[in-house]
Design a protein around this ligand. Structure first.
Ligand code: TRH
Length: 379
């Protein structure tokens, strides 16, 4: 048996989702499954936000058991790995593809696709795509929510660490103190808010301000910050800022490294998330969540939004289903975010119980394990 190695290629288009997924997968394959992993990244500065231990000026470095390589146009002559992952159709360097083709034993070549809960994913998962000229076949690998998809990224010990955190009041108090957030007071709700610019932002903040109970909003620095700052009359804001209006208090947090973001999701009562990776992490956190989907110009993202909502709420009581649907739509361009928030908040207990069952169900379909099964069977 040849030694198992993996090259993952990531082109950082914008935001952090693509590199977020690649970095998670790279660590899992290296640290949980013993593969020699090289992660090729074209934008080390974005990567550094998720992993501050890296140096954006280095072409080659090791971090958390993974070799990180700066992917530049001048691609070196190297021996391809036995498993090659092209993330999100990023197009491999021509030189690398040629090197794959001349190997006697061809690498297993995967195009790791974006996550979607839509039905069509099952029909496309693992489909082959023969190279037009070379003796190579690429396979589409789709993450997803059903057994006939590639499943979701989940670290071996994540749910145990979540449970330990969520069942230990002292650990949580320590966590809040580390962020400079005061002790919880009776009836208070804690909400994390990670999103893009959003037309509904002002109305949502307004209803939290006038709400019957105190609400603490934890806001990681990023694209939502200018709108939240404007609500409080500031032109901008930075990590460490604390703003209060009525019953709403906002703490601006630094963008933290990936593992530490999980703790925020575990600690909050409700999580607003975006893109894909934080949306999955919110589901592992098992607390009620609302997803701001990455918007596409043709509006196709709304079908994707509804597909996950429908799977997530299947079997729940009609009022619970409606509360999730209405807030999900309102937070993605729909009407009446204030009314929708009130209904959603009233279903919080129900959704918290459901979140645990939902996470347990999804945990049986692990993307890294499925990918390795496919690779080993194809070898
Ligand atoms: O950053 P995103 O908006 O990424 C998006 C989507 O993935 C989208 O599908 C893609 O097409 C587009 O980019 C180009 O949202 P996402 O996917 O949630 O990724 C954010 C990553 O940042 C995730 O891995 C969690 C991480 N993160 C931290 O590491 N620290 C933090 O403090 C926060 C708030 C997030």
């Amino acid at each position: 048996m040849r030694s198992e190695s993996c090259d993952i290629f990531c082109n950082v288009v914008d935001n952090y989702g693509d590199i977020g997924v690649c970095w998670r997968l790279a660590r899992q394959l290296a640290n949980e499954h013993g593969l020699a992993v090289r992660l090729w990244v074209d934008d080390l500065a974005s990567f550094q936000r998720l992993c501050p231990d890296t140096d954006a000026a280095l072409d080659v470095q090791r971090c958390r058991g993974v070799e990180i390589r700066h992917w530049t146009t001048d691609f070196p002559a190297i021996e391809p790995a036995s498993l090659v992952i092209e993330a999100f159709a990023c197009t491999l360097p021509e030189r690398y593809v040629t090197a794959m083709a001349v190997l006697q034993r061809k690498p297993v070549w995967i195009n790791l696709e974006y996550l979607s809960a839509e039905d069509w994913v099952e029909g496309c998962h693992k489909l082959p795509s023969p190279h037009p000229r070379l003796p190579l076949t690429k396979y589409f690998f789709f993450p997803g929510f059903t057994e006939r998809t590639g499943g979701l990224l989940l670290e071996r010990d994540l749910l145990a660490r979540r449970d330990a955190f969520q069942s230990d009041a002292e650990v949580q108090q320590h966590y809040w103190r580390s962020l400079g957030v005061q002790e919880r007071i009776a009836g208070e709700l804690r909400v994390s808010l990670f999103g893009y610019e959003n037309e509904a932002m002002e109305a949502l903040l307004g209803c939290w301000e006038k709400g019957a109970h105190p609400l603490t909003c934890l806001l990681p620095e990023g694209r939502s910050l200018p709108q939240v700052a404007a609500f409080f009359g500031h032109s901008t804001g930075k990590a460490g800022d604390i703003w209060q209006r009525g019953n709403l208090r906002v703490h601006v947090l630094p963008f933290v490294e990936q593992e530490r973001y999980d703790e925020l999701l575990w600690a909050c009562d409700v999580n607003f998330v975006r893109g894909e990776d934080s949306c999955v992490r919110a589901q592992w956190a098992a607390n009620p969540f609302i997803w701001q989907i990455y918007p596409q110009h043709d509006g196709v993202h709304l079908a994707k939004l509804e597909a996950l909502r429908a799977r997530y709420t299947a079997g729940l009581l009609p009022e619970t289903v409606l509360s999730v649907r209405d807030l999900s739509l309102a937070w993605n361009g729909g009407p009446d975010v204030a009314g929708a928030w009130a209904h959603f908040a009233a279903q919080g207990g129900m959704l918290a119980r459901h979140g645990k069952e939902w996470a347990d169900r999804l945990a049986n379909n692990n993307l890294a394990l499925n990918l390795l099964d496919f690779y080993r069977q194809s070898e």
